[in-house]
Design a binder for this molecule. Structure first.
Ligand SMILES: Cc1cc2nc3c(=O)[nH]c(=O)nc-3n(C[C@H](O)[C@H](O)[C@H](O)COP(=O)(O)OP(=O)(O)OC[C@H]3O[C@@H](n4cnc5c(N)ncnc54)[C@H](O)[C@@H]3O)c2cc1C
Length: 444
C-alpha cells in the first residue's frame, strides 16, 4: 500500500542526505511488495528500498516511492548440514540485531559482522558492509541466494546456479538489480569470542602487523583505532574461544556507554567550540583507555552502541599499502592544521570475487576516517580521498566519497558486467537515484 508522505520516519543517520519521498510504502509481504513496485513503475515513478537509513551516502534517497522492508523480517527456512553449518533464508528487512538473536536461538551465527547491528541485512549486503578478519569476507560473501523483485514487479530467485549474473548484482549492488525480499545466508554454529582490547603505541602496531604470527594473521579478527595527533592506538584482538570470564555489566556500561558514548559526545562538543583542545583531548583519551579482556557470544563482541553521530569515509586499499597510507594521513593532519577528534579505524579482509566487493581480487586493509557531525569534514575527507587514489583505494558504497563511474570502472575489473546487468534488469531506471546514476554512470 502506497501512502502519502507523513512526518519523516527515516532520516539519514549521519544527516548527510535529506530526502523527501513522494510516497512511503511498507508492504506486508512479497506479493504486496511486487505490486507496489509494478504500480510505481507503471506510473513512471522511481522506487528505492531503504533499510535502517544508516548509510552516509544518499544511496537510499528518492523523490519517488521509498520502500521499507521492515515487515519482511522473519526467518523463513533453516536447512541444517551435517558439519553444523546451515543455510538460513530470512526476510530482507530484518535488522542485524534481530537476525543475530534469531540465529542464536537456533544455535547459529554469522561468521563475521561489522561494528554495529542496527542495519537491515539487505542494506548491509547491498553496500558491501564488512567486519574485520584476514581470512574472512564481508557480509555479502555469506549470501548464497536471493529473492528479488525486479523492475517489472516479477519475483525471481537467484543464486550462483540460477541467474548467476543477477545474483551478483543483487547481493552487492546498492539495490540496482531490484528490491531484495529475502536472502539465504550460509551460517555457522554459534561461537564465543575472547575479546582483548589494549592501548598500544602505533609504531609497535605497525611493526607487528605482518607475518605468520603477526597481529593480522595471528588473530581471527584484528582491528585498531589510531588517534590522530598522537602515535597511539587501541588494538582489538578477537579470537574464537570455548570459555572464559565475561565482562561485568558495570564495566561494560562504563566502557561502552559512559566513555565511548557519553564522555565522547561531550569531548566532541568541546572540540567543536574549542578546536585547539583536540590534540590534548586525543592524547588524554588514547592514554586513559585501559585494557580489558572478556569472553562473550560473538555478536556481542562484534557490535557496540554508537550514539555519537559522525560522518565517515572508508577506503579499501591493498593491504601492503596500509603503512604508507597511514603515514601520509598522519603527515597531512599535522601539516593541515585541521583538528580531528575521531580515531581512524583500520580493519582487514580476505580477497573475494564478488563483482562490486571492495575486497575484490585483493587482500584488503580498510581505513576509515570519521568526523563529528557538527565539525567540518570536507577538507579532511578530500585529502584522504586523494591519498587513497594513489593506491587505487575503493570507497565503501555506503560511506562518503566523491568517485564516479569512470574511476570506479578502473578500480573494479568486473564493473562493466555490473553495468550490463543493471541495464538488463532495470532498462527504464526504476531503481535509479542521483547516487546510483553517479556511481554506475548514465544509461547508454
Ligand atoms: C554507526 C555506523 C556504523 C557502521 N559500521 C559499519 C561497519 O562496521 N562496517 C561496514 O562495512 N559498514 C558500516 N556502516 C555502514 C553501514 O553498514 C551501511 O551503510 C549499510 O548499508 C547500512 O544498512 P541500512 O540497512 O541502514 O541500509 P540503508 O542505508 O537504508 O540502504 C543502503 C543501500 O541498500 C539499499 N537497500 C536497502 N534495503 C534494500 C532491499 N530490501 N533491497 C535492495 N536494496 C536495498 C538501499 O537502497 C541503499 O542503496 C556503519 C554505519 C553507521 C551509521
Amino acid at each position: 500500500m502506497v501512502t502519502p508522505p507523513q512526518a519523516p520516519r527515516w532520516e539519514n543517520w549521519a544527516r548527510t542526505a535529506a530526502a523527501t519521498p513522494a510516497a512511503l510504502a511498507r508492504p506486508a509481504d512479497v506479493d504486496e511488495l511486487a505490486r507496489t513496485v509494478a504500480d510505481a513503475a507503471a506510473l513512471g515513478r522511481r522506487v528505492r528500498a531503504v533499510g535502517a537509513g544508516h548509510s552516509f551516502t544518499a544511496a537510499a534517497v528518492t523523490d519517488g516511492v521509498q520502500l521499507s522492508l521492515d515487515a519482511l523480517d522473519a526467518i523463513e527456512r533453516v536447512e541444517r548440514r551435517p558439519d553444523g553449518t546451515a543455510l538460513v533464508t530470512v526476510g530482507a528487512g530484518i535488522r542485524l540485531a534481530a537476525l543475530n538473536g534469531a540465529l542464536a536461538a537456533l544455535g547459529l551465527g554469522l561468521r563475521n559482522l561489522g561494528d554495529i547491528d542496527k542495519q537491515s541485512i539487505a542494506g548491509a549486503i547491498s553496500t558491501g558492509t564488512h567486519g574485520t578478519g584476514v581470512r574472512l569476507g564481508g557480509l555479502a560473501t555469506q549470501v548464497v541466494g536471493v529473492r528479488v523483485v525486479t523492475a517489472t514487479g516479477e519475483v525471481v530467485e537467484a543464486s550462483a546456479a540460477q541467474r548467476p549474473d543477477l545474483f551478483e548484482l543483487a547481493r552487492l549492488g546498492l539495490g540496482a538489480a531490484g528490491v531484495l525480499a529475502a536472502v539465504t545466508l550460509e551460517v555457522v554454529p554459534a561461537f564465543l569470542l575472547d575479546a582483548r582490547e589494549e592501548p598500544w603505541p602505533l609504531d609497535e602496531v605497525l611493526e607487528r602487523l605482518d607475518g605468520a604470527d603477526g597481529l593480522v594473521e595471528g588473530n581471527d579478527h584484528f582491528e585498531f583505532y589510531w588517534f590522530p595527533h598522537t602515535r597511539r592506538a587501541l588494538t582489538k584482538r578477537n579470537n574464537r574461544a570455548t570459555e572464559g570470564p565475561g565482562l561485568s555489566p558495570v564495566r561494560a556500561w562504563v566502557d561502552d556507554e559512559l566513555l565511548s558514548n557519553g564522555v565522547f559526545e561531550l569531548t566532541n562538543r568541546l572540540t567543536t567550540v574549542l578546536p585547539a583542545t583536540t590534540r590534548r583531548i586525543n592524547a588524554v583519551a588514547a592514554r586513559s583507555l585501559s585494557a580489558r579482556r572478556y569472553v562473550a557470544p560473538a555478536p556481542r563482541v562484534f557490535a557496540s552502541p554508537r550514539r555519537v553521530r559522525f560522518r565517515e569515509m572508508e577506503y579499501a586499499v591493498p593491504r601492503a599499502a596500509l603503512p604508507d597510507v597511514l603515514e601520509q594521513v598522519d603527515r597531512w593532519v599535522d601539516a593541515s592544521g585541521e583538528r580531528i577528534s575521531f580515531p581512524v579505524e583500520v580493519r582487514f579482509a580476505a580477497a573475494d570475487d564478488l563483482w562490486l566487493s571492495t575486497a575484490h581480487g585483493r587482500e584488503t586493509a580498510y581505513v576509515a576516517v570519521h568526523q563529528y557531525w557538527r565539525q567540518p569534514y570536507l577538507r579532511y575527507f578530500s585529502a584522504v580521498e586523494e591519498i587513497m587514489a594513489r593506491v587505487d583505494g575503493r570507497p565503501h558504497w555506503g560511506k562518503l566519497h566523491w568517485l564516479g563511474a569512470e574511476r570506479l570502472a578502473e578500480l573494479y575489473p568486473r564493473f562493466a558486467d555490473a553495468q550490463r546487468v543493471r541495464a538488463q534488469a532495470d532498462p527504464d531506471g526504476v531503481f535509479d537515484n542521483p547516487y546510483l546514476e553517479r556511481v554506475f554512470g548514465p544509461r547508454g
